[in-house]
Design a protein around this ligand. Structure first.
Ligand code: GLN
Length: 338
């Protein structure tokens, strides 16, 4: 049976979320997570987009933004880097806000492709379907679906991502130029989608808007705030502004849980138990619904393109802060009947 046949829209959506430890304890646990991950020097900085190779491999920032608007930071949380694939999560949320649950589901899809983020084979194997918005094919289809011409699409992306971050984000011109000169694979993917009738907008323009969205500069604090907006039903806890609806947050987080870390998403969910999204510049955002957003920046990546230190620090926090959405304790052993 297809997920779209499970129509329960007549049932009121209730939520089950808890609280994080008090600030002092949270700061101690943040320090411990940072120290643990700092000891790791494995992984390599991405260089397939030439300027990314210039990143400082030792840079490491970790930030938690809670849904009360509190920020907890350690390390290089103000070091700027390009958002890259993490933009896919937030642009998908903006699209869902515009076109709604059904259309976003039908056109872009929500299933993991099981293949690398820039796979062409995945498109061919699925009759031209882009599969999900977290791989390049689905992200290009998402950007293509945003209303208006290329300028309007870019305005939606730039303004929308800035509202998630709570400040106006700027473009890294060097990254944009460097990726524009070397993104033939993304151009090919967009044209392949066009050949299957999956995108109706000019593929070169779609790739250009997508390349710009990937070149927006953020820091670990921004990622934490952006994540906390998805954790807080679509309201940015720092600015108090509603960016998207609670329903859109729920849908976006489900997509992240399935595909946010590409073909390693199952392993990530198994170990960490939270929706997250990584980018090749070394950023990682993780969301604990109703509780916190976690932003990490450390440019050394594993083979799937995910930040090594970011994953270790986030795994530590998921356990120590009790964030794993699959973890529970016995009703009786917790003393609830005492
Ligand atoms: N801009 C990059 C690309 O399209 C983003 C990839 C990523 O962060 N995984 O190849």
């Amino acid at each position: 049976m297809r997920a779209s046949e499970l129509d329960v829209s007549d049932i009121e959506q209730t939520v089950s979320t808890g609280a994080v430890p008090p600030d002092e304890r949270l700061d101690d646990l943040l320090d411990a997570a940072h120290a643990r991950a700092l000891a790791h020097e494995e992984g390599t900085v991405a260089d397939y987009i030439p300027t990314l190779a210039d990143a400082d491999p030792t840079s490491f920032g970790l930030c938690i933004a809670d849904v009360r608007g509190g920020l907890h930071e350690i390390g290089d949380t103000r070091a700027p880097f390009s958002i890259q694939s993490i933009s896919k999560a937030f642009v998908y949320a903006l699209l869902s806000e515009q076109v709604g649950h059904e259309e976003a589901f039908d056109i872009v899809g929500v299933n993991n492709s099981g293949l690398a983020f820039d796979s062409v084979v995945a498109i061919e194997l699925n009759d031209g379907h882009p599969m999900n918005p977290m791989v390049n094919a689905g992200a290009l289809a998402t950007t293509a679906l945003l209303p208006g011409d290329a300028d309007e699409k870019w305005a939606t992306v730039h303004e929308g991502l800035s509202r998630f971050a709570g400040r106006e984000l700027t473009l890294d011109d060097e990254v944009y130029r460097s990726e524009s000169e070397t993104n033939q694979r993304n151009q090919a993917i967009a044209m392949l989608l066009q050949s299957y009738g999956r995108i109706r907008h000019d593929p070169a323009e779609v790739v250009d808007v997508y390349t710009r969205q990937c070149s927006l500069l953020v820091d670990a604090r921004d990622l934490a705030v952006m994540g906390s907006t998805l954790a807080d039903g679509g309201v940015n806890p720092v600015t108090g502004e509603r960016v998207v609806s609670a329903e859109v947050c729920r849908d976006t987080l489900a997509v992240l849980a399935a595909s946010g870390l590409y073909e390693n998403s199952g392993e990530w969910l198994f170990e960490i138990g939270l929706p997250g999204k990584s980018g090749v510049a070394g950023g990682l955002v993780t969301v604990a619904p109703g509780k916190v957003g976690i932003g990490a920046y450390a440019p050394r990546l594993d083979a799937a393109g995910n930040s090594v230190r970011g994953q270790i620090a986030t795994a530590h926090l998921a356990r120590s802060l009790g964030l794993n959405i699959f973890a529970s304790d016995s009703h009786f052993s917790a003393g609830a009947r005492a």
